[in-house]
Design a protein around this ligand. Structure first.
Ligand SMILES: [Zn+2]
Length: 259
């Protein structure tokens, strides 16, 4: 049963209290189990998910061979954005990368909620901007930056969203995240271990020195984090009063990132 007054998902927490409480019967709390697939490319998306802990990776496939992470969703967001955009399927796979829990809503119910004139779509539009920043910056990162800098960025992004310095990780999963051969990931992870920035034992990764990782990470981490922090500052002001106020804030902040 969802928390009745204070949902851990930040989008839901930013709704007016009465609006959130109205949604509670439409939300079901479920566990996010490690490596569980929430939807596959081409599937009809039947549910949307508001993580309350843990994180979900959005992976793009390349000709049925390799995958590459294009998005990371934690408590600040929602899985199932295509439904919000008016389509029923995605080209991505959504898979749990960090165990936790989520509030699940039927996609058909969610569509109705987005059409009822309430505050939820305004919050989701703001979230979409954050996601687009993450996706576009990830594209640049994957093309131009070396694997050790990308690995450091990814570890820091995961830490920020998990709220923990320790998380489960398999080498195969990491290789899929970064779209890099396993040998390349092993080498980069080995370098980080030699510098005592991380430890990695039997699938458990621990960040030992976050500041050291930040020094190695490419600038993409800072760019994505700035947008992520700003999203938090906006939706962290609990009980967003109206869409008008929110759009005003978005317009001011978005300018530095405009192409
Ligand atoms: Zn980068």
């Amino acid at each position: 049963m969802p928390n009745k007054t204070s949902p851990a998902n930040k989008l839901l927490a930013a709704l007016p209290r009465r609006e959130y409480q109205r949604l509670i019967p439409r939300l079901e709390e479920i566990p996010l189990l490690f490596e569980k697939v929430l939807y596959e490319p081409g599937d009809s998306i039947l549910d949307v998910y508001f993580p309350t802990s843990g994180i979900v990776s959005l992976l793009a496939g390349v000709e049925d061979r390799a995958t590459l992470e294009v998005g990371l969703v934690g408590r600040e967001g929602m899985v199932g954005v295509p439904i919000f955009m008016g389509v029923n399927t995605s080209l991505n796979r959504a898979v749990v990368q960090g165990e936790g829990s989520a509030l699940r809503m039927k996609a058909r119910v969610f569509r109705k909620e987005c059409d009822n004139g309430g505050p939820l779509p305004g919050l989701l539009r703001r979230y979409m901007h954050s996601m687009l920043t993450q996706i576009s910056q990830s594209a640049i990162c994957n093309r131009f930056h070396p694997v050790d800098a990308r690995l450091a960025r990814w570890l820091l992004m995961t830490r920020d969203r998990m709220g923990s310095d320790e998380f489960q990780l398999t080498q195969e999963f990491l290789s899929n995240m970064l779209g890099t051969r396993r040998e390349g990931v092993n080498k980069a992870a080995g370098l980080l271990q030699q510098q005592h920035l991380i430890s990695y034992t039997r699938g458990a990764l621990t960040i030992l020195n976050g500041a050291g990782l930040e020094a190695i990470a490419c600038q993409c981490y800072g760019i994505i984090k700035e947008e992520y922090d700003y999203l938090h500052s906006v939706i962290g002001k609990r009980r967003v009063p109206s869409l008008v106020g929110l759009v005003g804030l978005v317009g001011i902040k978005s300018q530095p990132y405009a192409p």
